[in-house]
Design a protein around this ligand. Structure first.
Ligand code: NI
Ligand code: MN
Length: 225
């Protein structure tokens, strides 16, 4: 499995010869100017919740690539009305896709569309594949529900928000890593705007003190799981 960081909470994942985009927010992110959304391949677009900083580029990517949206029922319905195909899920539900098994996990946050309309309940994703298991937490606080993740799958990587203010910060994300029993973390949802700027070295050191590796990728950089 290959994971490329596209800035903010946006990811590109290659697994089982499929291309998956997560929460595309690229064209309005000054830090992601080097990413050309027209070059992104997508068979699926995973959407954790309906906030603008997670959905901005869905429509253009989906319409260009024909990618199918995987998200909660309300978000899939919303894009269905725009002629975009999707697979609706809800919390605790799993589905076997051609790249692996996806579970829509719980998250504590909010999920309105930019116009204020209801975007269902926010979530995250657990991906169980032949090339590894990853947890994408989405925007969330630290929750006891994260202790359920290792009961379902042995994680190879936990992708956790670390920017604080709107989501977990560094300290609580390091506890989330312990809850999920995963010592390999990719941080996301940081530095994009003033509220969520972090001290990178402090973040890495906080995790390191618990024997957890925190990766902070450059935008456009790829890691292997
Ligand atoms: Ni959000
Ligand atoms: Mn967000």
């Amino acid at each position: 499995m290959k994971i490329t960081y596209l800035g903010h909470a946006s990811l590109s994942i290659q697994v089982a010869n499929k291309n998956i985009i997560v929460d595309p927010f690229i064209t309005a992110n000054d830090l992601a100017k080097n990413i050309d959304i027209n070059s992104l391949k997508a068979d699926y677009i995973l959407v954790t919740h309906a906030h603008q900083d997670h959905i901005l580029d869905i429509e253009s990517i989906a319409k260009r690539t024909g990618a199918k949206i995987i998200s909660n029922f309300e978000i899939v319905n919303h894009y269905g009305e725009l002629g975009i195909d999707g697979h609706p899920m809800n919390h605790g539900g799993s589905w076997q896709f051609d790249f692996g098994k996806v579970t829509y996990t719980s998250a504590i946050h909010s999920s309105s569309f930019p116009d204020g309309s209801y975007g269902g309940q926010p979530g995250g994703f657990l991906l169980e594949t032949d090339e590894g298991n990853i947890y994408i937490a989405g925007d969330t606080c630290l929750t006891m529900d994260m202790k359920l993740i290792p009961l379902q799958a042995k994680l190879d990587l936990a992708i956790l928000p670390i920017g604080d203010n709107f989501t977990m910060g560094i300290e609580s994300a390091s506890i989330a890593a312990e809850f999920t029993e995963c010592n390999n973390v990719l941080g996301y949802h940081y530095d994009t705007f003033g509220y969520i700027e972090i001290d990178h070295q402090k973040a890495i050191d906080t995790f390191k003190s618990k024997d957890i590796s925190l990766k902070l990728l450059n935008i456009g950089e790829t890691m292997h799981v």
